[in-house]
Ligand binder design. Structure first.
Ligand code: CMC
Length: 393
């Protein structure tokens, strides 16, 4: 038969052409539509970045107002939708709730099945960007046994999300602008990352013409794993387990031990063989949030900084070009903002939704795209005859 190139993990296969995100892994460069991530993190807002990723250009004032109105118009969930949450065990992992409920949006917006209609695609994209924080906040509230808080559309995207997560009925909730800005920047940093595993999953699912909400839920499923979006949760668990700076050498010894398969979570990247530019911004954000909550001498931060210093000077990590990635400092930041560990990957999913849907849309508009259908190198048995059960050894 035909022989195919074997490329496990797709380390050298480009599956599409894309104009959305550019990464130079050797130089540690990340651009959204040509704009460097550090400039966007410093000067832009998440909603503006959503517009940029989805439409290719930064919006002018009128375009932005219009977009903001379109998004806030869709923040609510149908009242029937809330029944989905009740079906989950109260200790369900919020990511499990996300996979199930976001997929269920397909049942509410059946019009989106008409993926060849540009208008329908745009509405699906707006609905996703708008409803993800609402669903995520509900997954959180459900997990802590508190009543749901409805979106308030006079608030900006991040503040609205924070309020839905942390407001409690009958108590005043005041938005802390430092936290709102921190969440906004967190989301900018996570908004897209070209053909990562979850985005490729969304594209593959979408290549068959499936409903976009169902495709996004497949992306959420893929993101959940500890090698991908689950790394922020795993990294914080690891830092807390190490506990104090004196335990670092023993931990590093175990990471380097070939007989021990633990990894330094929040380190290493398939594409970056240099400092992840998002990690630089995330570290800055981490200091800003810890300062705000008066926890600059946070012991976990001390462990992280010391661990980073040791790893960056250790032959094992240097020779393998392992640098901190975005997840190394994100867990400490989110924890200081009041989120439990189980919500970290959910926040990543909320932010990455715009990337997923922008990539899905790009694929839909690209006539050269076919259904994704990888081939294989078959290594199973050759032809053999069926043996009746009584004659089997
Ligand atoms: N700690 C210790 N050793 C590592 C690590 C690590 N975090 N990452 C890679 N290595 C070693 C690995 O053992 C291998 O060594 P050797 O050549 O001796 O066998 C070498 O480096 C290459 O590793 P690989 O697994 O072939 O590399 P990959 O490109 O397939 O994996 C990765 C990339 C991100 C899955 C991996 O670096 C990893 O598991 N990191 C920890 C998890 C993590 O932080 N993930 C978040 C990534 S960024 C955000 C996101 O994608 O969601």
């Amino acid at each position: 038969g035909k022989v195919f190139t074997y490329d496990p993990g797709f380390t050298s296969t480009a599956a599409c052409e894309s104009q959305i995100t550019y990464i130079d892994g050797d130089e540690g460069v990340l651009l959204y539509r040509g704009y460097p991530i550090d400039q966007l993190a410093e000067k832009s807002s998440f909603l503006e970045v959503c517009y940029l990723l989805a439409n290719g250009e930064l919006p002018n004032e009128g375009e932005f107002k219009r977009f903001e109105k379109d998004i806030t118009y869709h923040t609510m969930l149908h009242a029937q939708f809330d029944r989905f949450f009740d079906g989950f065990r109260r200790d369900a992992h919020p990511m499990a709730i996300m996979v199930g409920t976001v997929g269920a949006l397909a049942a509410f917006y059946h019009d989106s099945t008409d993926i060849n209609d540009r208008k329908q695609r745009t509405i699906a994209s707006h609905r996703l960007i708008a409803k993800m924080p609402t669903i995520a906040a509900r997954a959180f509230k459900y997990s802590i046994g508190q009543p749901f808080v409805s979106p308030r559309n006079e608030l900006d995207y991040a503040s609205n999300f924070l309020r839905q997560c942390f407001a409690v009925p009958a108590e005043d909730y005041k938005i802390n602008p430092v936290m709102a800005r921190a969440l906004d920047v967190f989301m900018i940093l996570h908004a897209d990352h070209e053909q990562n595993a979850s985005t490729s999953t969304v594209r593959l699912a979408g290549s068959s013409g499936a409903n976009p909400f169902a495709c996004i839920s497949s992306g959420i499923a893929c993101l959940w794993g500890p090698a991908h979006g689950g790394a922020n949760e795993a990294a914080l668990n690891m830092l807390e387990e190490i506990g104090t700076v004196d335990n670092i050498p023993e931990f590093i010894r175990r990471v380097k031990d070939p007989n021990d398969d633990i990894r330094l979570m929040g380190f290493g990247h398939r594409v970056y063989k240099n400092y992840d530019p998002r990690a630089t911004a995330m570290q800055k954000l981490c200091h800003m949030v810890l300062k705000e909550v008066g926890a600059e001498d946070n012991p976990t931060l001390k462990v992280a900084m010391e661990l980073e210093k040791i790893a960056l000077n250790d032959e094992y990590f240097v020779s393998r070009k392992l640098y901190p990635n975005i997840d190394f400092y994100s867990g400490i930041t989110l924890r200081a903002m009041g989120f439990p560990t189980s919500m970290f990957t959910v926040l990543f999913a909320v932010a990455r939704t715009v990337g997923w849907i922008a990539q899905w849309t790009e694929m839909m508009e690209d006539d050269s795209q076919k259904i994704g259908r990888p081939r294989q190198v078959y290594t199973g048995p050759t032809l053999r005859a069926y043996v009746p059960v009584g004659q089997r050894k």
